[in-house]
Design a protein around this ligand. Structure first.
Ligand SMILES: *Cc1c(COP(=O)(O)O)cnc(C)c1O
Length: 396
C-alpha cells in the first residue's frame, strides 16, 4: 500500500481531505499560527511549560485502568479505560485548550474566542483564559444555551463572555460560523481556540498533536500492564479529537486496530443522527474539506444525538482519510445503545461516563462477541457523566 501515514503534508492535506478554505484575511493568521506552533514544538521551554500545566493543573498522566468486571460482562475481553474523565473540567478538552492558550500568550494575543456546542469546550477555554489572564468570548447557539444552561453559568463564573448565536439552527455549526466571523474582524489581537481536529490547517494537526498525549501515555501504560500492544483502540468521534489523540501514537503499529464510534442518534435517516463518516459526502465546512452531512444541494443537514459533544455535521479530515485508506473503521451507535453503555459501566465499575464515550461502550456491547476472546482493548473514556445526569434521568 502506497498510502502515507505521515499526514498532513505541508499544505495541511490528509490525502484528498483537509486544507485551508478561509477568507483571505485569515490566511496570514493561519500562517502565523502554524509557524508559532512549529517553533513551540521545537522549544524545550514550551514543552516543559506545557508538561507542567498538564501534570500539575490538569492532572496528567491519567490512569489506564483495567475494567475487569466490565470485561467479564463483555464476554471475556481485557478492557482498559483511558481515564480522561479524571482531568480538571472533566474531559480531554483541557489538553488542547492549555496548549492553545500557551501559544496565544507566546503570540502576544490577549484575547481568545471559542465556539461551543454543549459548552464543554467553552468551559475548557474559559478555564485556561482565567488561568493565563486572557479575555475570553465564547460563541454558543441560543438553543444550546437553553439546553446547557449550567455550562453557561460555569463560563460566566470563570469570567468569560458568552455570546448567544441566533442564526441558522442556533447550534454548534452556527457558533463556528460566528467565531470565524469574529476572528476575521479581530485577528490582530485574538486567537481562535478551536475545540476539535476540524477547521483549516493547522488546526486538525495542532489539536491532534496536543491530544496525542492521551495515546502516548496509553502506549507506555499498556506495554507496562500487558507487555504488548493492544489489539483494539475504541473511542467516540464527534469532531474526532479524543479519538485521534488516542489513535495517533499507534498509527504505524498496523496490528493495532482503530475503531471510531459515531452517533447514530435515533437511526440513520437524514436529520436523525450525526454519523458523518457513515453517511457524509465530500464537502467544505468551517474551512476544511472533509466528509459532511449535506443534502444534494450542499445544504448542511440537521444532526441529532443524545450526546451534545457528538452532535456536529462534520468530522476531522484525518478521520475521513483513515477511513478511506482503511487504517481505521468507524461504526455508528444509537442513543439507546449509548444509554445501555452508560448503565453498564456505571453498574460494573462504579464510573458514570459522559454520553459521548458511552457510545464506545455501546459499540462493545454490540460487537464484543465478534472480537477474539481475551483481546486487549483500550477504550477512550473521554469524559465524566456529571454533565449528563439530567438527560440520562429523562431517558431511564
Ligand atoms: C466534546 C467531547 C467529545 C467529542 O469531541 P471530539 O473532538 O470528537 O473528541 C467527546 N467526549 C467528550 C466527553 C466531550 O466533551
Amino acid at each position: 500500500m502506497m498510502t502515507s501515514l505521515r499526514v498532513p503534508n505541508r499544505q495541511g492535506h490528509f490525502g484528498p481531505f483537509g486544507g485551508k478554505f478561509v477568507p483571505e484575511t485569515l490566511m496570514a493568521a493561519l500562517d502565523e499560527l502554524e509557524q508559532a506552533f512549529a517553533k513551540a514544538k521545537r522549544d524545550p521551554g514550551f514543552r516543559r511549560e506545557l508538561r507542567g500545566y498538564l501534570a500539575d493543573y490538569a492532572g496528567r498522566p491519567t490512569p489506564l485502568y483495567q475494567a475487569k468486571r466490565l470485561g467479564r460482562a463483555l464476554g471475556g475481553l481485557r478492557v482498559y479505560l483511558k481515564r480522561e474523565d479524571l482531568l480538571h473540567t472533566g474531559a480531554h478538552k483541557i489538553n488542547n485548550t492549555i496548549g492553545q492558550a500557551l501559544l496565544a500568550v507566546r503570540m502576544g494575543k490577549r484575547r481568545v474566542i471559542a465556539e461551543t456546542g454543549a459548552g464543554q469546550h467553552g468551559v475548557a477555554t474559559a478555564t485556561v483564559a482565567a488561568l493565563f489572564g486572557l479575555a475570553c468570548e465564547v460563541f454558543m447557539g441560543e438553543k444550546d444555551m437553553r439546553r446547557q444552561a449550567l455550562n453557561v453559568v460555569r463560563m460566566r463564573l470563570l469570567g468569560a463572555t458568552v455570546r448567544p448565536v441566533s442564526s441558522g439552527t442556533k447550534t454548534l455549526k452556527d457558533a463556528c460560523n460566528e467565531a470565524i466571523r469574529d476572528w476575521v474582524t479581530n485577528v490582530r489581537t485574538t486567537h481562535y481556540c478551536l475545540g476539535s481536529v476540524v477547521g483549516p490547517h493547522p488546526y486538525p494537526m495542532m489539536v491532534r498533536d496536543f491530544q496525542a498525549v492521551i495515546g502516548r501515555e496509553a502506549r507506555r501504560q499498556i506495554l507496562k500492564a500487558e507487555g504488548r500492544l493492544p489489539d483494539y483502540l475504541v473511542a467516540c468521534v464527534g469532531g474526532g479529537s479524543n479519538a485521534i489523540g488516542l489513535f495517533h501514537p499507534f498509527v504505524e503499529d498496523r496490528q493495532v486496530r482503530f475503531i471510531g464510534v459515531e452517533a447514530a442518534g435515533r437511526g440513520l435517516r437524514p436529520g436523525q443522527h450525526a454519523a458523518t463518516l457513515a453517511k457524509g459526502s465530500v464537502g467544505v465546512l468551517h474551512g476544511t474539506r472533509s466528509l459532511i452531512l449535506q443534502d444534494r444541494h450542499g445544504q448542511i443537514l440537521d444532526t441529532r444525538s443524545i450526546a451534545a459533544g457528538l452532535d456536529y455535521p462534520g468530522v476531522g479530515p484525518e478521520h475521513a482519510y483513515y477511513q478511506q485508506i482503511g487504517r481505521a473503521r468507524y461504526a455508528a451507535v444509537s442513543d439507546a445503545l449509548a444509554l445501555q453503555g452508560c448503565a453498564l459501566l456505571a453498574h460494573t465499575e462504579g464510573i458514570i461516563p459522559a454520553l459521548e464515550p458511552a457510545h464506545a461502550i455501546g459499540y462493545l456491547i454490540r460487537h464484543a462477541r465478534r472480537l477474539p476472546r481475551r483481546s486487549v482493548v483500550i477504550l477512550g473514556l473521554s469524559g465524566r457523566g456529571d454533565k449528563d445526569v439530567d438527560v440520562i434521568a429523562r431517558h431511564v
